[in-house]
Ligand binder design. Structure first.
Ligand code: BTN
Length: 336
């Protein structure tokens, strides 16, 4: 496949946008060449470049072009025409394989990447999970995405973004009919199985955040056989839940929109609305749980989320605040 130069890529994107807008109807060659300011022959070349990239485009003389099928791939060409955001994902760094999208996003951010720059990969060879764990990343099946964010608040407030991201992923999944809930702090689960995870990494000094890298992994079209056995036992995917594949680029575009909405709410109104939504989507509150932190294990009732995102745990010794850890349910829910 010959790589597209910048101008050809822009033309290809514009043609795709018009074809997507036309939906099941034809977009006339005249309208396309008018919009692009290109000759009909040049439009034909763009259409063929798209076909080379796996797009199925029907061409009928005197009617024009119609998009029949888009390839299941995550690159700027698939993502950008679907994006409805101001900042998030407007610059996409897309790769077939990376050690970790978060590792690259962190490096790009250190070198000055802007707020909203997005790194995606078809697979990761060293995908990172929370607390030093790895993240299974079967090729071409799921979403592995990391965003550079440059929030204007002190580092102590960074955990708010983690909870905010969990809200956005849960809402995006629910928009597709997957009734996921959030296990504190930011595991997305359905029927006790993990469907998505979020890893927030921070570069900051005492009173200023340089940047946050928000790493999001969503099991979209993965089957149990795509995972190592230990992961398969505790994971599920959107395809498993819905019984059909989802378009990964469309899912990512929706996620960017929902995430941007919550980032705007957070900037304008603070953490309150995010916290309220997190509580409504949580499967942890009201449960008897065991919380494992780096240094200790605590048992108690998950009572609430504090104003800074900490888990408030009612233990035999009183109310404990837990900032980071893993939660295990030990008894059924005691209140809704
Ligand atoms: C968790 O442990 O639940 C967090 C998993 C986060 C995985 C995502 S996949 C995209 C990004 N790149 C990584 O290496 N990790 C995150």
């Amino acid at each position: 496949m010959v790589p597209l130069d910048r101008q050809d890529a822009t033309h290809a994107q514009l043609v795709l946008e018009m074809l997507l807008e036309s939906g099941p109807d034809f977009a006339s060659g005249e309208a396309l060449s008018g919009k692009l300011g290109l000759s009909r022959t040049a439009v034909w070349k763009v259409v063929n470049a798209l076909r080379d990239r796996g797009y199925s485009i029907e061409a009928v003389p005197s009617r024009g072009y119609r998009l029949v099928r888009v390839p299941d791939r995550l690159s700027g060409l698939e993502i950008l025409p679907l994006l409805e955001t101001h900042d998030l994902g407007r610059t996409v760094h897309a790769f077939d394989s990376l050690p970790s999208t978060s590792e690259l996003a962190f490096r790009l951010a250190t070198e000055g990447a802007d707020h909203g720059e997005l790194v995606v990969a078809e697979t990761q060879t060293a995908g990172r999970g929370r607390r030093g764990r790895s993240w299974a990343s079967p090729a071409g099946k799921s979403l592995y995405a990391s965003l550079v964010l440059r929030p204007e608040f002190p580092p102590q407030r960074a955990p708010e973004l983690t909870l905010l991201a969990a809200v956005a992923v849960a809402e995006t999944l629910r928009g597709d009919g997957v009734e996921a809930s959030i296990k504190w702090p930011n595991d997305l689960q359905i029927a006790g199985k993990k469907i998505a995870g979020i890893l927030t990494e921070l570069s900051a000094e005492a009173d200023r955040v340089h940047f946050v890298v928000l790493g999001i992994g969503v099991n979209l079209n993965a089957s149990p056989s795509d995972f190592p056995p230990d992961v398969a036992a505790v994971a599920t995917s959107v395809m498993r839940v819905l019984g059909r594949k989802v378009n990964r680029a469309a899912f990512l575009a929706r996620l960017m929109k929902v995430l941007e909405h919550w980032l705007d709410v957070h900037e304008e109104q603070g953490f309150g609305p995010v916290r309220a939504r997190w509580r409504a989507l949580s499967s942890t509150l009201g449960l008897e749980v065991l919380v494992k932190t780096e240094r200790r294990e605590l048992r108690g009732m998950a009572e609430d989320i504090a104003l800074d995102g900490a888990l408030l745990l009612r233990t035999e010794d009183g109310l404990e605040r837990v900032l980071a850890g893993d939660v295990e349910q030990i008894r059924p829910r005691v209140r809704p």
